[in-house]
Design a protein around this ligand. Structure first.
Ligand SMILES: CCCCCCCC/C=C\CCCCCCCC(=O)SCCNC(=O)CCNC(=O)[C@H](O)C(C)(C)COP(=O)(O)OP(=O)(O)OC[C@H]1O[C@@H](n2cnc3c(N)ncnc32)[C@H](O)[C@@H]1OP(=O)(O)O
Length: 167
């Protein structure tokens, strides 16, 4: 991503973090090449995420051959990627930038390739810079297949600048 593009992204977030979008709204991707939600990342999950309550977001996802771990089963890291990115959409409810400090995933049953799953994430608690979040991944029959918890920590814009990062 070119530096002008990244500056533009940060400026856009600063001006309008989309916190005002209503329940039922589809939220903007983090950026076009984001591994979780960017439409232009050929390796990405292309998540489309909707706000279904003020502090809750939902998405459906079908893992495919790009995400295979054991034959027919999604790689655990791919599942964690999707949880992490979904948590990133809760920042639109908060209006502050934050990054993942801790991510826990419980794999209760295999996540199968080619089946559509429903994911939901919500804010559990906010304390100072810390934002605790929780999420579920359910099969089409409602069975709980995986769940995740995350600790995000708010950061300022300078976090995204510096060595190795776009300036
Ligand atoms: C959504 C809008 C986007 C718009 C576009 C904008 C452009 C940006 C583009 C896109 C972004 C969105 C993309 C979302 C994708 C999903 C999110 C990711 O994948 S993020 C990448 C992975 N994560 C990192 O790379 C972090 C690396 N870690 C760090 O940089 C630091 O560790 C950081 C900033 C997280 C914290 O460092 P410290 O030095 O500032 O803070 P300390 O003091 O260590 O911790 C803060 C508090 O947290 C507690 N804490 C830390 N670890 C804890 C733990 N394990 N359990 C409980 N508390 C803990 C501490 O005790 C402290 O608490 P006390 O404030 O004192 O009360």
């Amino acid at each position: 991503m070119g530096e002008n593009t990244f500056d533009h992204l940060l400026a856009g977030w600063r001006q309008d973090p989309d916190v005002s979008r209503g329940v039922g709204a589809t939220l903007p991707s983090h950026h076009s090449h984001c591994l979780g939600c960017g439409a232009e990342n050929p390796h990405g999950h292309h998540l489309v995420v909707t706000r279904n309550a003020p502090d809750t977001v939902v998405a459906t996802h079908t893992f495919d051959a790009r995400h295979v771990g054991a034959p027919g089963i999604a790689h655990g890291g791919a599942v964690a990627t999707v949880f992490d990115d979904l948590f990133g959409f809760l920042l639109y409810s908060i209006g502050d930038l934050a990054v993942t400090r801790k991510l826990d995933v419980e794999y209760l049953s295999p996540v199968l390739l080619g089946l559509e799953y429903t994911l939901q994430a919500s804010i559990a608690e906010r304390a100072g810079r810390k934002i605790h979040m929780a999420a579920t991944l359910q099969a089409s029959d409602g069975a709980l297949v995986a769940r995740s918890g995350a600790l995000f920590v708010t950061v300022d814009f300078e976090h995204f600048k510096g060595p190795g990062r776009p300036s």
